[in-house]
Each structure stands twice: as C-alpha cells, then as structure tokens.
Write a protein that binds this ligand. Structure first.
Ligand code: GLU
Length: 449
C-alpha cells in the first residue's frame, strides 16, 4: 500500500526499483523519503536540474567481501561482509555495522540510505554509510566472536579511516566487537587512530554516554514531542520492544523521567511486569550474562513471559519500538491507537511499515520516525570523534547535555520544517525534508561528482 507520488518522483522511484531488484527494505526506505520531496523540488529547481535525487539514491561506493573464520571445533565458515559508503557530502561516511543472519545488500543499503538524512539532522559533520555481515553472533563463544571480528577487519581496514569512513555498532555489534575490530585495525596498520571507529571502550578512546546515547536520545525526542502536546512522561505507561542496547537505555531514561515501562522483548517473546521493568535485572541478563529475556521471570515471580506473543497488544500511552525493521505493521499500529497510545518514538531503524506509519499519521498521534528519533547514537559517535581529534575526554554530565541539546534541535528542526512545507505535526515530512535539503545543498556546492 503506497501513497501517491509526484509524477517525476514516481519515475525516479521506478528507476530505483529497476536498478536494485529484490531489495525490498531498500525500496521501502527510498519510497518513504521520495514521497515527501514533491514540494522540495518545486521550491528548489536546481535540485531537479542537478539530478540530486537520482544521485543521492546511488551509493558512492559499495564493498562486498568474503569473511572466512573457524569455530571452536576447527570447522571453517564463510560469511559475507558489506560496507556501503553512501554519501560523503557532509563528512566522512559514518554509520554502524550490523551482524545478523538477515543481513544482505538490501538491508545495508536501506540502513545506509536512512543514515544520510539522520546524520544530516544531527547538524554534525558526518556523511552516511553502513556495513555488516550475515554472521549470526547468537550462541557463539567469545573466541569465535573475536576470530570473526578479526577476519572481518582484515578485509575492511583498507577502506576506513578517521577522515574517510568511521564504522560503529548496530545490531549484534557492541563494545566487545568494536574492541576486537579496533585491536585488529591497530595491528594491521601500526597506527593508533582512535577516530577510525566509535563506540570504543572508555579505556581506549571511547566517549562517556555513547553506550546510553541512542536510547537516551530517543527518549529526549519523545519528551520534546510530548511537550508540544503540553504533556510529559510523568506517570505514562510505556512499552519498549527489544532488550538490546537501545531498549535498555530507553527504559532507563523513561524511568528517570517518571514513566513506567511495563514490557520489553527479544526475538522469541516478551515479558510483562506491571510493577515496572527491573532494569538492573535486564542489564545483568542481557549485557553481562548474554541470556534470553524469558529468564527474567525466574527472578521476578509476579512478571509474565509470553512466548511468540505480540508486544503491541499491550495497552500503553507511549510506544518505543527498539528492536528491528518492520516490527509494527498496520494492524499493530491500529491496535496501539485504539488502546490509547499518543506517542511513538522509533529507537530502531524503520521499525514501522508504510501501512503502520499511515495509521499513526492519520490518527494524529505524535510519531517520531527513526531517522530523527534515534539520531542520538550517531550524534554521540560524532562527539566521540571530536574528543578523539582533540585527544580529550569529556565528563558524563557535559556529554549528556550536548546530546540533549542535539535532540532538542533535531526535534525543533523537524517540527518547523513540517510547518513550513504545509504538513504541521508530521515529523516524517519534517525529518525527510530537513535532512534532504542540507545534503542536497552541499551536493550542489560540490559540483557534479
Ligand atoms: N547504528 C547506529 C545508527 O543506526 C549508530 C551508528 C554510529 O554511531 O555510527 O545510527
């Protein structure tokens, strides 16, 4: 189900379909942006003349490579590695690496495409890129993870650098994986180039608040949306999907702001705890022991685990999807709205399907799309790069204040841009247009490259 598009944009979209067959998620991400750009082309004829949209849809460079590694029994495995260097108009390519069995080129391209606009919205000098592998970290030993990361970096190192391309984490890639990849980069290059990766450990060039940043930032964004409605998190019943890095720090910040998170999940099922999720327990299970979320109920007798259930059926006022793409469909969105949900903030990338987005927009609830709401992670990565460039490290308080300010500015920019382009309250329009215009102007300035 798709909305009507400007004729010129529709034909550009058809070209994207033809040139990138079989990449459904990439098509979805491109369509969602192009659908909102009609008024921009009308206002800026130079973007049309210079074929900015056609150029922005085509990655500057795509790297695909073999990643062989050995498991603990000595058996050989072969995975595929990717790095899509999408757009460097505003700065070095910047974006995470995703290790998950669902990864293929279409996933990395959708993520890289979104990253261009997200990074532009941060107001910081970073271009857009993304990478990863179809490697499944689930159930792997620490040594297997290390060998995989080393093999991955043995190919990737020649394409990255602090002024060219700066990877970080995403699903399946956290502090441990970044550490192994940084170690291998350092060994292969004989250089201590801290700014080549972000999400590093605090002992070797990482930034305070980077671990918390995506979840905290998404929560700050929702707080801003609630302020517009003359409301706040205080006393709100919230549901956060996922139980990884983004979900954990979303739950933490919501709780600090007076909200109560009653449910979270993993790919097997969800837990519901009416007293409010015990975050220390979730952190211990997921971050330290790397266990499944169902184990939560072993320690909290009153909580319930629902295997394979649909977390969006739980009534809530604020929903923060923080697991993965397309986790909220049209039906789920209708259920949320019917149950009284007034705000949705996306911690994950593209967690809502086009049908779901339409439901939220039609219902006029506050809907913060991922490329705006979850920009706090990559923004804090850019702050980590600043600290590395000046060989400095900032305090937690100062860095969190910078993050909160960035999220406030992103919200305001999206809000005002939506008004300016005739779609008040529509953060999809605001985020897409504000991000696009910034990149497009830089592309015009750089000439035909
Ligand atoms: N993977 C995160 C994102 O989707 C963070 C990327 C980064 O820090 O470079 O934006």
């Amino acid at each position: 189900m798709s909305n009507k598009m400007d004729e010129r944009l529709e034909s550009m979209y058809q070209d994207v379909l033809r040139r990138n067959p079989g990449e459904a998620e990439f098509h979805q991400a491109v369509r969602e942006v192009l659908e909102t750009l009609g008024p921009v082309l009308a206002k800026y004829p130079e973007f049309r003349e210079r074929k900015i949209i056609e150029r922005i849809c085509e990655p500057e460079r795509q790297i695909i490579f073999r990643v062989p590694w050995q498991d603990d029994r000595g058996e050989v495995h072969v995975n595929r590695g990717f790095r899509v260097q999408y757009n460097s108009s505003l700065g070095p390519y910047k974006g995470g690496l995703r290790f998950h069995p669902s990864v293929y080129l279409g996933i990395i391209k959708f993520l890289g495409f979104e990253q261009i606009f997200k990074n532009a919205l941060t107001g910081l000098p970073i271009g857009g890129g993304k990478g990863g592998s179809d490697f499944d970290p689930k159930g792997k030993s620490d040594n297997e993870i290390m060998r995989f990361c080393q093999s991955f970096m043995t190919e990737l190192w020649r394409y990255i650098g602090d002024t060219t391309d700066v990877p970080a984490g995403d699903i399946g890639v956290g502090g441990r994986e970044i550490g192994y990849m940084y170690g291998q980069f350092k060994r292969l290059t004989s250089r201590y180039e801290a700014g080549v990766l972000t999400g590093k450990g605090l002992d070797y060039g990482g930034s305070l608040v980077r671990t918390e940043a995506t979840g905290y930032g998404a929560t700050f964004f929702v707080e801003e949306m609630l302020k517009v409605r003359k409301d706040s998190f205080d006393g709100k019943r919230c549901v956060v999907s996922g139980s990884g890095n983004v979900a954990i720090y979303t739950i933490e910040k919501i709780t600090q702001l007076g909200g109560r998170v009653v449910a979270c999940s993993d790919s097997n099922g969800y837990i519901i705890d009416e007293k409010g999720i015990d975050l220390d327990l979730v952190k211990q299970l997921k971050e330290v022991e790397r266990r499944r979320i169902k184990d939560y109920v072993e320690y909290r007798g009153h909580a319930r685990y629902v295997s394979g259930g649909n977390i969006w059926e739980i009534p809530c006022q604020v929903a923060m999807p923080s697991a993965t793409q397309n986790e909220i469909n049209g039906h789920d969105a209708k259920t949320l709205v019917k149950n009284g949900c007034i705000a949705v903030g996306e911690g994950a990338n593209m967690p809502t399907t086009p049908e779901g987005i339409k439901v939220f927009l039609d219902a006029k609830i506050s809907y913060g799309p991922g490329k705006a709401a979850n920009a706090g992670g990559v923004a804090t990565s850019a702050l980590e790069m600043q600290q590395n460039a000046t060989r400095d490290s900032w305090t937690f308080e100062y860095t969190e204040k910078r993050l909160a300010n960035i999220m406030k500015n992103i919200h305001q920019n999206c809000y005002e841009t939506a008004e300016e382009f005739g779609a008040p309250g529509n953060y999809v329009v605001g985020a897409n247009i504000a991000g696009f215009i910034k990149v497009a102007k830089a592309m015009v300035a750089h000439g035909l490259i």
